[in-house]
Design a protein around this ligand. Sequence first.
Ligand SMILES: [Zn+2]
Length: 273
Amino acid sequence: MSPSTLALMAVFAHPDDEAFGTGGTLARYAREGCDVYLVTATRGEAGEIAVPELTTPADLPFVREQELRCACELYGIHPPRFLDYPDGLLPIIHQGQAVGKLVRLIRELKPHVLITFGPDGIYGHYDHIAAHHWTTIAFDLAADPQCFPGQLETGCEPHQASKLYYRVLSEQRLAAMSDAGGRSAVMMDGVPFPLVAASQDQITAVIDVGDSAEAKLAGLQCHVSQLGYELPFGQSAEELLRQPWFRQETFQLARSTVGWPQELETDLFAGLR
Ligand SMILES: [Zn+2]
């Protein structure tokens, strides 16, 4: 990365977490020439297999890693980095070690902007909530030379990222997805956990990803073992690409060293260019 290149780092729990809510944003900024990194805590081996003939539970971590590699290639971003944690167990992982891994990545990759889940984890998934906590803490600690000083002896320097955003689901998008035949809850352990939408005043940035919608769709389609071969809500590619909710992604600013926006942002690097 050259010093002038803007860099974005997204941190999620499972391969495919990036796809619906941020795939367009990752692709858009890569297309604009930014360095875009995706960090995924697990290889998603606890996910249900949508296409049984495609893989077995034993092969699932390998298959899902390959699917995420495929998606990153189609978004045009750097290959994914994995924290190598077991799917479904993030809340009992040693938190300090997990934060340390993220701090090291932030110090190495020097992102200007970080993205992760909000505190609701979109539908309360405990792995998502763990990724949210780790990333929020790592954003603060990566700049502090007192934290993880051993990393500094191996060539890392403290780094203060400028902005932290939470990926949020808008009420309009949730309503549009329900109208299109989507569910308003995600089944976990046989229980429908409701998707949590952010109210209009919680959303501080709306990113137009229309020009990257095809790359977003292509990335989404890499996650076959989870999503199957059909497109969401049984729509055709043309129908999906036309949906306003597919062409916009919404975020909530959680930390900023470059001031707080007075109006809705349309660029995650606003104030940094
Ligand atoms: Zn997930």
